[in-house]
Design a protein around this ligand. Sequence first.
Ligand code: AMP
Length: 214
Amino acid sequence: MNIILLGPPGAGKGTQARILVDHKGMVQLSTGDMLREAVAAGTEIGKQAKAVMDAGDLVTDEIVIGIISDRLDQPDVSGGAIFDGFPRTLAQADALSELLAHKGMALDAVVEMRCDDEALIERVVGRFTCAVCGEGYHSTFKTPQKEGVCDKCGSHDFKHRPDDNEDAMRNRLLVYYKETSPLIGYYHAKGALKAVDGTADIDVVTAQIAACLT
Ligand code: AMP
């Protein structure tokens, strides 16, 4: 099964994708994670993407379509892919449709995660992750049980995304409404769209997504 998690920044796409990876053996295809890896590795794409990402703008369609196309050639996607943060423009959605057709893959569902803007800003500005295992935390809603120690792996190393600040986040939301929200109509017209309440508790959202995938 191949699905898209569609929603504004902070809607919980990454959190739910990781749960699906653990429970269903699917792979998470996050263009944001792939781009952050490219930035950390100092590749040419990473150098081009860094300032754009820090400002909360979109990296070019050409770059992200190229990254996804390469990733879809790897054998692990045959167990099912979760597109997280891709597509983000109508051109990317068209390109994905062509790529999937070319590779003989189907798109089974597009799950829209609906959220309220102010809640999103609060979620994003306070979030941080374990630098070792990637477990997600929040300064108000989910602090580590022992301060400064990851609950999952015991690491003392945490990181905060440079674009998880209020200015960049407000821009990311504007970009979402301008460039990405038209995809809701696009996938609705294709009969693929389902919606869940992204403001609900993580377990509730997981159950709602599971119901969308049956
Ligand atoms: P994310 O981790 O999905 O919030 O993505 C972080 C940043 O990476 C975004 O704000 C964009 O600058 C860039 N990015 C990620 N995915 C895409 C995409 N599909 N198209 C364009 N830019 C992207």
